[in-house]
Design a protein around this ligand. Sequence first.
Ligand code: ADP
Length: 412
Amino acid sequence: MFTRSRRNLAYLFALSMGGILVVFAGVAYYFGVEQQLKAFDEYLYGRAKNFVSGRFDDGALRDKLDNLLPSNTDLTYKRWYNSQGQLIWYQGALPDRILTASPDFQTIYKTIYITQTKQRLREVTLPVRQNKYILVGYVQIATPLTSVEETVNRYRLFLSIGLPITFIIIGITGWFLGGLAMQPTRRAYDQLQRFTADASHELRAPIAAMLSNAQVALMPPYDESEQQFRLENIIKTAKSMSSLVSNLLFLSRHEGALDLTTLPTVNLVELLKTLASEYQSQNNRPNFTVQLIEKPIYIKADADLLKQAVINLLDNAFKYTPADKSVELKLLLQPHGAIIQVKDNGVGIPSEDLPHIFERFYRVDKARTRNSGGFGLGLAIVKQIVQAHQGHISVNSVLGQGSTFQVQLPLI
Ligand code: ADP
């Protein structure tokens, strides 16, 4: 799928850039040729003008034309027609008796009899006037377009080699850029696929457990205590599924950064104090200490989301800390922000797992956390909430000694 999209991108890029290139080259070619021809015409016009300039102003006779049009080697022919367009004199190729060309420049094909090849000639026909008003005749000269043709041929050669090479370069660049453009989409797609696979995998096990519990409960002979046990199992599993689903919904709903300017100002000290006392009254944890600051610390935050993040950290700290060890919630004030610390003396996290623990569905010890009910989403949620508040989360942990999670949030 991605290769096809990348190919399409490269194709479209090459097509559009190639199109622009061809148009540009075409226009440049056209103007280049035009320019060459113009320069050539100016030269030819100058030559024709040379033949006749000043020669008739004094009323000289037309039968002296032989002298007026001296022979010149680079001209294929030169002709003199009178004012009625009848041929009076010529040198070079045999002309029509009557002037057929209108006064101007024109390009004509002619067979050159010396070489018997067809050659392209540029011909100019110039009216000659005596005292600027009286038409006395027409001078017509022609010369091969060889020099222009050589330049044009060089242009063509350059274009015929340069264009395909540029096309290939554009195609390669398009392929490369297509790959770069696809990268974020590819990453997002891979992430989504992994997420969906993990989510369905996590849901499959509890569904199977519920099914088997229900089947056993309905199996005769009916034993009331067995049925009771099975139903309790089903309720437990359903609750865990419901928590998984709400976590998944949470993650998908709160993706992206929050606009801090639109968030209410929250006193972080107050928020943590309330949260700690609620948490303690609900869970009644021994060895739980709270160390806050006296003076208020104000930040821009969604209080509910922030509470959720701290609760997840506390839940983990208690989940992975034996009852006789301690858990501490601490608030520190530093010049660059407020720091919330959740510190425990629990089992700790192996160093090779540390870079991954904020990933969705990542669990250090699959068996251990499955027993304690974790899906590996808690820390992913914390990270998402902290990042949405433009904050930063980090962890320090030593296996067997404990972990410290540190959330840094910007001050107002
Ligand atoms: P879970 O719901 O499985 O706890 P989390 O995303 O909250 O998922 O945590 C990911 C993993 O990080 C857990 O499986 C656990 O192994 C490890 N972990 C998180 N917090 C702690 C902690 N305070 N002490 C030890 N291990 C922890």
